[in-house]
Ligand binder design. Structure first.
Ligand code: GDP
Length: 687
């Protein structure tokens, strides 16, 4: 049962077969956008193209009449400050309007409205794009070259309104690729209720282990894991073009040069010091040059947030820096002695827990950062804090190995007593949450001073009593999971964006299988097939990519409008099912409201978050034996194990947990609280 991220249910007493470990982090520099950033898709083409020389050349090339140069002349006559205001205004407008409106119309509106974004947008919306809006001149978006002498037809507003809901989840931001999803307003943090935790870890494990045992009994599964993958790609590869036949295992071994791939998520309460800790670690590992660090120091000082300089290495957006809060899941790559690590820095603030779930769903192992300062650890650990919820979420999403960075130890003079106090409180909880004692490692750190991060500490107050590994060594000691290259191809899209050429790109982590350029793929939903034109791994064009890789695929043969974040790309010969109704075994967390039939929830599943309702309560199960205790219960309450039927509004691509663990796990949230973890047991209605 070789499984990608099998670390989650893996028995570490078994020997690892090195041959089965492969992969290399291919993540360059991704991050996930905040849920609030719903945007239209728009091309990643250079924004400068309307204003700068290359465009002028292109315009000449295109033999566009001189009328079209007027607005350019009009805005280039602006002072440099006004030009900057114009560019900034256009950036904001482009985020909302995508490519639906020509650059020229936006320029005109921006200039008419004195670069006031809301007013300019209003102006564009109010006027009919083709008729009433009177541009100073006519122009064409640089990427859409009209046939000579013909004006490009702008999409009608009707088309736009159709497009909005489909693409609203996609976010793009130049080189930094973003993904995210919206928590519908009605269900976002309404009552500020604390995300709750289940204090019955063994029960949570039961859910997973029960499904494990189902898996081992399933004949279908046995056949799926048969061991004949070594040679040529076989999954629905029918592009017609002759492709190089590869031995994927050999290729993987060659590529990663002996290093194992590990996806690591950093979790913990807001202000525990996650970004500072990881930013400082990256700096110490040489991933941030001195000049850039100096720039962050100066900028953070200027902004009155000097202590956040290291956090700025990972907190990318202006809003994050201004608020001093991580909102996106920042992704970065670094290496240890034996591993290539893709690091995900998850937001601690509870408003961004959906983003954190997306990050955690892709993680193999986690670092839980807690603030050792007196009162602060308690605030993060007790009701209202995210320490417990995060730990429980990652465990529910399959992470079994955890390093706990007991951070800000400088604040408590590196006292052993405080370290022990924190670790014993946490240890008790983590055990209940389903972590084995032997898979949890505690490391005293200071993200700010950099102590015990990249090398062992020299501080005598610490070395007197702590002899364990520093953080980077602990990361290196994590056991890497086996990846499912032998399974049918699965990639859950975390970002969709237009590239410069004819196709478009999707990025995401390959959960299973492998692909080569020229392969045909199926996107589910919407059940559309396409062809891979190119594959990139951390900005480098490659011929193939395999399970565990965060890859970017350039696709042709399908309309980008049909592809959404959350689509699963799969092998056409062995597709994933898309459904709106499925049954699941769930574990109800410590949630005070009784869950009844018709209860509205948000399903968080890989990069998807989809509104759903609990259609039926099928049965309550015994926590340890899984026996049916009661059929058709009226309601479910905290700590219960149950089978329920869920109905989503739109189709979602799911797998049975017994077949694909990663694609068969989900979380349910309600009103800003995580209320249950579940595994898919039956797909009722496939599309
Ligand atoms: P996050 O929300 O968990 O990412 O926390 P940040 O990294 O943004 O840090 C929050 C605050 O704690 C910032 O002011 C940091 O400078 C401060 N901080 C982080 N790590 C340490 C530490 O080890 N010691 C001290 N004294 N302060 C720290």
């Amino acid at each position: 049962m070789a499984r990608h991220r099998n670390v989650r249910g893996y028995n570490y007493d078994d020997d690892f077969d090195d041959d089965d470990l492969y992969g290399q982090s291919v993540e360059d520099d991704y991050c996930i956008s905040p849920a609030t950033a719903a945007q239209f898709i728009y091309s990643k083409r250079n924004r400068h193209s309307s204003f700068t020389e290359p465009l002028e050349e292109e315009v000449e090339d295109e033999d566009v009449n001189e009328e079209q140069d007027k607005p350019r002349a009009s805005h280039t006559a602006l002072s440099s400050v006004d030009q900057a205001r114009l560019f900034s205004c256009l950036d904001h407008m482009r985020e909302v309007l995508g490519e639906s409106v020509s650059e020229q119309i936006m320029i005109d509106a921006a200039m008419q409205c004195q670069f006031d974004v809301p007013k300019a947008l209003d102006l564009v919306f109010k006027q009919d794009c083709n008729t009433s809006m009177k541009p100073l001149t006519q122009d064409f978006p640089p990427t859409v070259r009209p046939a000579k002498g013909k004006a490009r037809e702008l999409p009608s507003m009707d088309t736009q309104s159709e497009i909005v809901p489909k693409v609203a989840k996609m976010t793009i931001s130049g080189k930094k690729q973003k993904m995210g999803f919206d928590v519908p307003r009605a269900t976002a943090e309404v009552n500020g209720q604390d995300a709750t935790v289940c204090t019955r870890g063994q029960v949570l494990d039961d859910v997973i282990e029960e499904a494990d045992s189902l898996q081992s009994q399933s004949p279908a599964n046995t056949s799926q894991t048969s061991e004949d993958l070594t040679s040529t790609p076989s999954q629905g590869k029918s592009s017609g073009k002759s492709k190089r036949k590869i031995n994927i295992k050999e290729e993987l071994e060659r590529r990663q040069g002996g290093k194992q791939l590990l996806n690591l998520v950093v979790i913990g309460h807001v202000d525990a010091g996650k970004s500072t800790l990881m930013g400082h670690l990256l700096y110490l590992l040489g991933h941030v040059n001195k000049r850039t660090m100096h720039k962050y120091e100066q900028e953070s000082k200027k902004a009155g947030k000097a202590s956040f300089a290291y956090a700025w290495v990972l907190d990318e957006t202006g809003e994050e820096r201004q608020r001093g809060v991580t909102m996106d899941v920042g992704m970065t790559k670094f290496e240890t002695k034996t591993k290539v690590i893709t690091l995900m820095d998850a937001p601690g603030h509870k408003d961004f827990i959906p983003n954190m779930i997306t990050g955690a769903a892709q993680a193999d192992v986690a670092i839980l950062v807690v603030d050792a300062s007196r009162g602060e650890f308690e605030a993060g650990f007790e009701a209202g804090g995210q320490t417990r919820e995060h730990a429980l979420l990652v465990r529910s999403l399959g992470v079994t190995q955890l390093a706990v960075a007991v951070n800000k130890m400088d604040q408590v003079n590196w006292q052993q007593e405080r370290f022990c106090e924190v670790t014993s409180k946490l240890g008790h909880f983590l055990k209940q949450a389903g972590f084995k004692d032997s898979d949890v490692y505690y490391i005293p750190t200071s993200g700010l001073s950099g102590e015990n991060l990249a090398k062992g500490s020299q501080i005598s107050e610490l070395t007197n009593w702590y002899k364990g590994p520093c953080l980077i060594d602990q990361i290196d000691y994590f056991k890497a999971p086996q990846r499912s290259v032998d399974k049918p191809f699965r990639l859950c899209a975390s970002d969709v964006f237009k590239d410069q050429g004819s196709g478009f790109c999707v990025t995401g982590k390959i959960e299973a299988g492998y692909v080569q350029t020229g392969d045909r793929l199926l996107a589910m939903p919407p059940n559309e097939s396409c062809t891979i034109k190119g594959i990139t791994l951390h900005d480098e064009a490659v011929d193939w990519a395999a399970a565990g890789d965060h890859a970017s695929l350039t696709l042709t043969g399908v309309d980008i409008i049909k592809i959404n974040v959350g689509c699963v790309f799969c092998s056409p010969s062995d597709p994933i099912k898309a459904c709106t109704r499925f049954r699941a075994r769930v574990l109800i967390f410590n949630f005070d409201v009784p869950i009844t039939q018709g209860f509205p929830v948000i399903i968080h599943y890989q990069t998807v978050s989809e509104p759903a309702t609990i259609r039926k309560l099928i049965s309550i199960l015994h926590k340890s034996t899984g026996e049916v205790m009661k059929k058709k219960p009226k309601c479910l309450t905290k700590g219960m194990n149950a089978i329920i039927e869920l109905q989503t509004q739109r189709p979602v691509a799911l797998e049975l947990y017994k077949d694909f663990k990663e694609l068969g796990r989900f979380m349910l949230r309600y009103s800003g609280s995580s209320i249950a973890a579940g595994v898919v047991t039956e797909i009722k209605e496939s599309n």
